[in-house]
Ligand binder design. Sequence first.
Ligand code: GTP
Ligand code: MG
Length: 347
Amino acid sequence: MAGRDARFRLLTPAGEGGVAVVEVTGVDRDAALSALLQDPGGGPIRLVRVLAGDGAIIDQALRVEHPGAERLELHLHGSPGVLAAVERAVGGFAEEEAADPAELLLREAVHPTQLALALEQRACGGFPALCAGLRMLEGPDRDAAVAAARGRTLVARALAEPATCVLVGRQNAGKSTLLNRLAFRERALTGASPGLTRDPVREAVVLSGYPYRLVDTAGLGDAVDALDVQAQRRTLEALAEGVVLLVVDGSFPWGEVEEELVPRAALVVRTKSDLGRASWVVPGEVDCVEVSCIDPADSVAVRAAVGEALRQVRGLPDAPAGGVGGPAALTAAEQREFERLARGFQG
Ligand SMILES: Nc1nc2c(ncn2[C@@H]2O[C@H](COP(=O)(O)OP(=O)(O)OP(=O)(O)O)[C@@H](O)[C@H]2O)c(=O)[nH]1
Ligand SMILES: [Mg+2]
């Protein structure tokens, strides 16, 4: 039904919603709308009926004109059924244009550090400006600019893209309780019976200004049934997902499970500090942070301790409150492209 130059684009996210907004643009806009709508006419915002090809009424909607703009909007009921019928009637919604990474971050930011970075990168031109700036330089100036851009990119990527952090350890070590303190809510079941967690439990958090995806896993140890075996297998698979935090009950001796896992760990979290201290030190060079998680009131302190330890292990500065100070790569693809460009300068 849509004319050749009429474009219907869904502005609201997919999924169930109270209201869906469809933008209509193009020179054939009015012709397409006259076939789609039963429109009494009137002011810039008016109630219309939306019709299917056979004339059946799909929905009652608001037709909203924006004075001076070439586009108008239909505000429909957001149920998937209504949207599917409208999409059929208009011959399909236009694909959304790919937003640039700063724009995407602006939409998805969950913390002020991310919002500030998104606004900064949008204003300073982001990755295209970074590349253009480097191409204009030569010799030592360019080397210095590449080094500075690498530093900005390291921080920008850590702010823009959550690092996955996998909590592993012995059964009953306190992994799920730690996850709950870091998440500020009772996300996972906890309790004294060993082997309580089975499936990995995932939760998004921001620690010390940097975003993380946490994964709580089934504890390793005695597997009493086939389910335990499968759950522990999932833990071993999850080790490859990201930075590994080895959670150890600090009131218990260091054991086989810890010995097995510590080579994979970026950080040891020595928990249950309220219960007294067994005498062990973490072998090798792995950093260790000590916490007590039994009291939910300690969440702020636990989040600060683990967030700071992770920041240091990852070699990141304090999360900047106002962006990274210049254009940077925000995505893995941009970072790869930047490295390719930088290598080209050296060659
Ligand atoms: N005193 C004290 N108890 C804790 C602390 N952290 C966890 N616990 C207790 O230790 C027990 C086990 O905690 P969980 O968090 O369920 O342990 P887990 O490592 O997730 O255990 P699995 O899922 O079985 O591997 C629970 O009874 C918790 O209340 C702590 O810091 N101090
Ligand atoms: Mg658990």
